[in-house]
Design a protein around this ligand. Structure first.
Ligand code: MRU
Length: 342
């Protein structure tokens, strides 16, 4: 399956993790090699690797690297536990990170005879399962749309953000294979420009034409009748169907309602957080104001500051459908997503 993948954010060698530095795209395609958990945690904090499923997968490999580094020191389990805490502190919003680390903790708790092999097998399974989930979601999402359409996507929910193929871009890839894509629009996605730097580049790698718009053009795009669906990914989906995703998703959802455009959220079941009743309980990451401020305001005595929340929460009632590999919930505002629990 992975031989079909064009873009890979993460490459596991068996003894190290190669991470495509997404800060440098599209100008430079450069992989950095990591051999310990602290390095992987730093790659997540610094957004060399980003996107909810991808950071979960990277963290799982980070635990493998930690065990390889410390085993069989008599205190290796304590040291790995500390590295898991370090990885968990890298970013707060995407639940896939905590889900993947919980899977790795479960392997350790089962005290397998060969812990290094068992941890590596689990991380590789998390990676492979994510790719398989994306293919399944792509087909389910394309089935739901059911015909020719034009779509808008936000941020990057593609191969770069996952094990491969992508969630929202997986749906778009599947539609494209069926010959059902009229046009794909991508928001720039300020301030980090995931759309402008990553999504349009990733689609171009697969020969899928994409049209970039400024975030502030989305309302006019909808008013002009140019799109039928907005398709996005998610960082956390709570039991009632609320969705945390890249900042700006909520405003797109409000605009979509106003203009009769449908909104699809595509995410693997590892993005479900059924322990939270609603999106109000989701911690929203706020990043350094310097990501927003012009250089002239960066001095300590500047009167100009910035507020930089990098996710928002879209209420379930604004979402047309949530698509996972396990199934689809239409009108999550009426039904929630508990039916998608295993
Ligand atoms: O800050 P980022 O780039 O990690 O944010 C990524 C997103 O918001 C994606 O839409 C989300 O993680 C889904 S990726 C399949």
């Amino acid at each position: 399956m992975s031989s079909q993948l064009s873009v890979q954010a993460l490459q596991w060698t068996g003894s190290s993790l190669n991470v495509l530095d997404q800060r440098a795209l599209p100008a430079h395609i450069r992989y950095d090699e990591y051999r310990d958990a602290a390095g992987v945690a730093d790659a997540i904090v610094s957004m060399r690797v980003r996107g909810a499923p991808a950071i979960g997968i990277a963290a799982a490999y980070g635990v493998v690297l930690s065990a390889k580094y410390h085993y069989p020191d008599p205190t290796w389990q304590d040291k790995v536990a500390r590295d898991i805490d370090l990885l968990a502190a890298s970013r707060p919003t995407a639940v896939n990170l905590f889900w993947a680390l919980a899977q790795m903790r479960d392997v350790l708790a089962a005290a397998p005879a060969d812990p290094l092999a068992a941890l590596a097998a689990k991380a590789e399974a998390i990676h492979a399962d994510d790719i398989a989930a994306n293919y399944a979601m792509g087909e389910r999402g394309a089935d739901l749309i059911g015909g020719a359409c034009s779509v808008l996507t936000h941020c990057n929910a593609g191969a770069l953000a996952t094990g491969g193929y992508g969630t929202a871009l997986g749906v778009i890839r599947s539609l494209h294979r069926r010959g059902q894509i009229n046009k794909v629009y991508a928001d720039e996605t300020r301030p980090w420009l995931q759309g402008a730097r990553l999504t349009v580049w990733e689609l171009a790698q697969d020969g899928i034409p994409a049209t970039l718009i400024a975030d502030s053009a989305a309302a006019w795009l909808m008013k002009s009748g140019k799109i039928d669906w907005i398709v996005v990914g998610a960082d956390r989906i709570t039991a009632n169907g609320d969705v945390a995703n890249k900042i700006g998703t909520y405003s797109l959802a409000v605009l979509a309602k106003r203009h009769g455009v449908k909104l699809m959220v595509a995410a693997p079941s590892s993005t479900l957080d059924l322990s939270l009743a609603t999106g109000d309980a989701i911690e929203i990451e706020e990043r350094n104001p310097n990501e927003l401020l012009a250089d002239c305001y960066l001095g300590g005595d500047s009167l100009v500051g910035a507020w930089n929340p990098v996710f928002d929460v879209t209420p379930a009632e604004l979402i047309t459908a949530i698509v996972t590999e396990r199934g689809v919930v239409v009108d999550p505002g009426l039904h929630g997503v508990r039916s998608l629990a295993p």
